[in-house]
Design a protein around this ligand. Structure first.
Ligand SMILES: *Cc1c(COP(=O)(O)O)cnc(C)c1O
Length: 452
C-alpha cells in the first residue's frame, strides 16, 4: 500500500504514547484526548460527516459499528422491521459478514457487465423489500476500481425507500480532498487508517477502522464499553480501540495538510491510470469508467491468457518476486485477475520498473504460447527461484539460470532473493495441521486446584 514514513511512525514508541493503559484516568491522558479529538475532527472534515469514532479496530469492525448505528436509528423510530441490507455483488466479503453480525438479512444486487451497480436490479429489489430495507452498502469508488457514475442516483433511490446508505470508505485514497461521501449521499462510512492514513498494513498487526456518521446517527456511535447504554453499542473492549497507533495517522494528516492530502489523492489516481494505460496492451484492464479511465487501482485480466496458454495469475504473481516485486492483490475481487494499486507513494522510476517487469513477463507468456517451453517447464511456473535452487549442482530446466534470476538487466545492481520456493497455497488451507498437543494429554494432566 502506501509509504509509512519514519516521521509518522516515530512517536508511537515514545513512552507518553506507548505506555498508557487504555483505562488510565482521563486526567492522566489529556494529550491523547487532544490527539484523538483532533484526528476525529480531521476525519469528519475529510469525509463530510458530523461525527467520528475511532473505536473500531478494523474496517470490518467499522462496518459493524456503522450498521449497528443504522439499526439503532431505525429501531428508535419504530422501524424495527427494517432488517434487509442490500449489497452489490462486487462488494468486499466483509460487507455481507458485517450485515449478518448486525442482525440484518443480506440481499445481493447484481452488477452490470461494466462493473457498476445494476440500477434496474436495485429498483426491483427496492420494490420487493421497500419497507424492510434497512440500508445499502456500496463502495465508492467500487472494488472494481472505477468511480461509479450513478452513485448519487443509487443513494437517492435507497433514501426514497426509507433506507440508509452505507458507503464503504476503504477506497478513500481515491477521494480525500476531492469528494466527500457525506456529501454525495452517504449516511455512514468506515475508513481504514491502515489503508489510507499510513498505518502499516499487513502481518496481522493492529488496524483502525473509524466509523463516520451523519448528524442523525451520532447518538448511535459506539459507546463506552464501561458504561451501559441501550443505543450506543460498543464494538471493542476499549473506548478508543487501537489508540496506540493513532499518532501515525495524526502525524500524516498534520504533515500533509489539506493541500498535501488532496495532492496525494491526485497523484494516486494519476499513478493508477499511468500503470493501467502502459499495461493494457499487454494485460487487458477489466473495468474502466465511461472515459476509459480507472480510479485508484486497476484489475488486470489474466483469464484469457490462462485459457490460451495455461499461465495463471498466480504464476505471474510468483514470477514478479524474481523481478523484485511483492505480488499485487491476487484473484480479488475477480478470480483469475491481479489488482494493482500503486498509490501516491511510488515515483515514476519505480512505476516504470514495475511496468517493465510485467511487460517482460508478458514476453515470457508469449514464449510459452509460441512453444519455446511448456507452461510446466517455463520460468513462470518455476517461479520464484531461490538462491539455493539456482546454485544447486543440478539444474535440469529448459531455461537458463541467468534467465531465472536476472530476466532484466537492472536486477544485476539490486536483486531480491526470494527465500522460499512455491508451495501449494491451497493445500495448507485444506489440510489443517494442528501443532498443539493432542487432547488426551490434557486429560492425563494433573488437576489444578480450583480458585477459591
Ligand atoms: C479492506 C476492505 C474492507 C475491510 O477492512 P479491514 O480493515 O480489512 O477489516 C472492507 N471493504 C473494502 C472495500 C476493503 O477494501
Amino acid at each position: 500500500m502506501k509509504l509509512n514514513a519514519t516521521a509518522e511512525m516515530e512517536a508511537i514508541s515514545w513512552p507518553g504514547f506507548a505506555d498508557l493503559h487504555p483505562f488510565v484516568p482521563a486526567d492522566q491522558a489529556q494529550g491523547y484526548a487532544e490527539l484523538i479529538d483532533g484526528l476525529e475532527s480531521a476525519l469528519a472534515e475529510i469525509t463530510g460527516y458530523a461525527g467520528v469514532s475511532v473505536q473500531p479496530n478494523a474496517g470490518s469492525q467499522g462496518e459493524l459499528a456503522g450498521l449497528l448505528a443504522i439499526r439503532g436509528y431505525h429501531v428508535s423510530r419504530g422501524d424495527a422491521d427494517r432488517d434487509v441490507c442490500l449489497i452489490p455483488a462486487s462488494a468486499h466479503g466483509t460487507n455481507a459478514a458485517s450485515a449478518v453480525l448486525a442482525g440484518l438479512k443480506v440481499e445481493v444486487v447484481a452488477t452490470a457487465p461494466d462493473g457498476e451497480v445494476l440500477l434496474d436490479d436495485l429498483r426491483a429489489k427496492l420494490e420487493n423489500h421497500g419497507p424492510r430495507v434497512a440500508a445499502i452498502m456500496i463502495t465508492y469508488p467500487s472494488t472494481h476500481g472505477v468511480y461509479e457514475e450513478h452513485v448519487r442516483e443509487v443513494c437517492d433511490l435507497v433514501h426514497d425507500a426509507g433506507g440508509q446508505v452505507y458507503i464503504d470508505g476503504a477506497n478513500l485514497n481515491a477521494l480525500v480532498g476531492l469528494a466527500r461521501p457525506g456529501e454525495f449521499g452517504g449516511d455512514v462510512s468506515h475508513l481504514n487508517l491502515h489503508k489510507t492514513f499510513c498505518i502499516p498494513h499487513g502481518g496481522g498487526g493492529p488496524g483502525v477502522g473509524p466509523v463516520a456518521v451523519a448528524e442523525h446517527l451520532v447518538p448511535f456511535l459506539p459507546g463506552d464499553p464501561l458504561v451501559a447504554s441501550p443505543s450506543a453499542t460498543p464494538v471493542s473492549g476499549t473506548r478508543f480501540g487501537s489508540a496506540g497507533i493513532l499518532p501515525i495517522s495524526y502525524a500524516y494528516v498534520a504533515l500533509m495538510g489539506p493541500d498535501g492530502l488532496t495532492e496525494a489523492t491526485k497523484v494516486a489516481v494519476l499513478a493508477a491510470n499511468y500503470v493501467a494505460s502502459r499495461l493494457h496492451h499487454h494485460f487487458p484492464v477489466l473495468y474502466t469508467g465511461p472515459n476509459g479511465l480507472v480510479a485508484h487501482e486497476s484489475i488486470l485480466d489474466l483469464r484469457r491468457i490462462t485459457a490460451e496458454t495455461g499461465v495463471t495469475a498466480e504464476d505471474v504473481a510468483k514470477r514478479l518476486m524474481d523481478y523484485g516485486f511483492h505480488a499485487p492483490t491476487l484473484s480479488f475481487p475477480v478470480a483469475g485477475t491481479l489488482m494493482v494499486e500503486p498509490t501516491e507513494s511510488e515515483d515514476l522510476a519505480e512505476l516504470d520498473r514495475f511496468v517493465d517487469a510485467l511487460v517482460a513477463i508478458r514476453g515470457e507468456i508469449d514464449a510459452v504460447a509460441s512453444g519455446r517451453w511448456s507452461v510446466e517447464e517455463s520460468p513462470l511456473r518455476g517461479a520464484p527461484h531461490t538462491a539455493a535452487a539456482l546454485t544447486a549442482d543440478t539444474w535440469g530446466r529448459p531455461y537458463s539460470r541467468e534467465l531465472a534470476a536476472y530476466p532484466v538487466a537492472s536486477l544485476r545492481g539490486a536483486k531480491y532473493w526470494p527465500p522460499v520456493r512455491r508451495v501449494d497455497g491451497a493445500r495448507g488451507d485444506r489440510n489443517l495441521v494442528c501443532s498443539c498437543p493432542p487432547i488426551e494429554s490434557y486429560a492425563s494432566a494433573p488437576q489444578t486446584a480450583p480458585l477459591s
